[in-house]
Ligand binder design. Structure first.
Ligand code: IMP
Length: 182
């Protein structure tokens, strides 16, 4: 199958998508075409609008992915603003915001937006539940991986990238897309 174009500046997203795609014989090819992210709390809406925008530029089928971490005690903050918050305060800032907080529940949500050759957009979502660790741990992955411990695990995603590739929000969303496009 010809590679699926994936518009992102984040090479980790491509690596993770290809890890999922390989068992379906689907390969994702990175294109770096910046697109404006709409301001909306829903990663699904952000992905939908992003896919439409990129399609209108390149006139070829394309996917984009929008994702974020949603922290229970912070009323789902930073959610779709995760990239911005990561740049501004990073993992130390998140741990500081949660100082003394007992409820450390959190989830990652991923939304893949796919725009087909006719310009029709579909979205595919994935969620992984877990909690925010008390300290930054591990060197794998990216972003909030060093502070996210998935359910039924003791280790952060950054400490256990193999597990991340099996159960992550992105794995679930990309897998749904692969099953759709096959
Ligand atoms: P996006 O490029 O707008 O989708 O940014 C997503 C942001 O959410 C990233 O920059 C990270 O801060 C965070 N994020 C999304 N997925 C992950 C993940 O798998 N691990 C760690 N952080 C993630």
């Amino acid at each position: 199958m010809t590679p699926i174009l994936f518009a992102t500046s984040n090479p980790h997203k491509i690596e993770e998508a290809n890890e999922t795609g390989k068992k379906h014989n689907i390969n994702f090819k990175q294109i770096e075409l910046p697109y404006p992210e709409i301001r909306d709390e829903s990663v699904e809406k952000v992905a939908r609008e992003g896919a439409k925008f990129v399609f209108n530029k390149i006139k070829k089928p394309v996917i984009v992915e929008d994702s974020g971490i949603f922290i229970d005690a912070l009323n789902n903050f930073p959610g779709s603003y995760s990239a911005f918050v990561e740049k501004k305060i990073g993992n130390p800032g998140i741990l500081k915001l949660l100082t003394g907080e007992k409820n450390r529940g959190a989830k990652f949500i991923s939304a893949v937006g796919f725009c087909d050759a006719k310009g029709i957009v579909k979205t595919f979502t994935g969620t992984v539940y877990g909690k925010i660790s008390n300290e930054i741990k591990g060197t794998g992955g990216f972003g909030y991986d060093p502070i996210f411990i998935p359910e039924n695990s003791e280790l952060t995603f950054a400490e256990n990238p193999e597990l991340k590739n099996k159960i992550s929000h992105r794995k679930i969303a990309v897998e749904k897309f692969c099953l759709f496009i096959m």
